[in-house]
Design a protein around this ligand. Sequence first.
Ligand code: NAD
Ligand code: AHE
Ligand code: ZN
Length: 368
Amino acid sequence: MKTKAAIAWKAGQPLTIEEVELEGPKAGEVLVEIKATGICHTDYYTLSGADPEGIFPSILGHEGAGVVVDVGPGVTSLRKDDHVIPLYTPECRQCKFCLSQKTNLCQAIRSTQGRGLMPDATSRFSIDGQPIYHYMGTSTFSNYIVVPEIALAKVRNDAPFDKICYIGCGVTTGIGAVIFTAKVEAGANVVVFGLGGIGLNVIQAARMVGADKIIGVDLNPEREAMARKFGMTHFINPTQVENVVDAIVQLTDGGADYSFECIGNVNTMRQALECCHKGWGKSIIIGVAAAGQEIATRPFQLVTGREWKGSAFGGARGRTDVPKIVDWYMENKINIDDLITHHLPLDRINEGFDLMKSGESIRSVVVY
Ligand code: NAD
Ligand code: AHE
Ligand code: ZN
């Protein structure tokens, strides 16, 4: 079949809207009509050329929601008309990683996914016979996609696509990092570096679990009002203080119980670790740093009890946890609507990237 998609032909160049040939689902695969997709900073990161796994030409996008159109042979858990959220972190429930119960990083299809291919090592997308690569196993900047059954969360069918698409990455990443990865407890002091599409979700989850001080750090002063609305109690603009770490240590009587880095900058990653309380403070890295970047600190920071940890997709097991997060949204337990600042049609998708870069948007959502 044919589908309309935004193609990333080359690093650093705007996407172009094209008609693409899409092969139907093979065994264990599902054809999905994407109804809406968010634009996450990670899409920009890969498009910029900084991602060592970035492949071109490809169809980016990993924050979508849609409807099952057709299923391939052997698919048992989904059928036509089911509402779904594609998962860049699948959940096969059979691999060593899933069975360990210690991680959400299912590895069943990770190696082909990282090469822009389906599990049989081929692409379903092409233009004039030239293969176009998949991205993060999802490619939600295409109106129709084919994905493995294990990479789809079935969700309730009364939830609006243009809001729940954000649960496909940003909402789950931020909220999950607090609940599943850090397991923040009531009364804890929390610091969030970067108050964008991810950091604001960390803030709302910190408030949900009853954190005491919730300190936000961002260079963009425009982020303060929205962050306060979501539960931030103190704001630090790094340009307005002499030393960010000292300012946090003072505010928290010795350091944060938990910090979250939601920028992707190795300098703020170091600050996020070093602002943690001696003896127990935990710092969670969410931000994705460019190829070649490395983190550094004095090992003494760890010897004296601070912990450094990372979180992918908020530690969420997609098929199990994503439907629950959709329920939380529908029950008004979490706020998604206010974070979606812009809606755009697919042919204006490049404006969504511009709005992100200029700091004007929190999340832009493309509606097909
Ligand atoms: P975003 O662009 O919406 O937000 C980034 C925020 O950081 C902005 O508010 C910006 O003003 C602020 N910022 C930038 N440089 C700063 C600095 N030096 N000091 C203080 N603030 C600064 O991005 P996002 O969509 O929220 O994504 C944030 C990061 O998380 C990205 O690196 C993205 O790739 C990553 N990410 C990781 C996962 C995961 O599973 N680990 C999932 C989604 C996104
Ligand atoms: N190819 C990138 C990986 C970037 C990365 O860490 N991705 C996160 C999700 S970001 C979503 O916005 C992730 O889930 N990582 C685990 C994995 O297996 O990729 C790079 O930098 O190499
Ligand atoms: Zn993302």
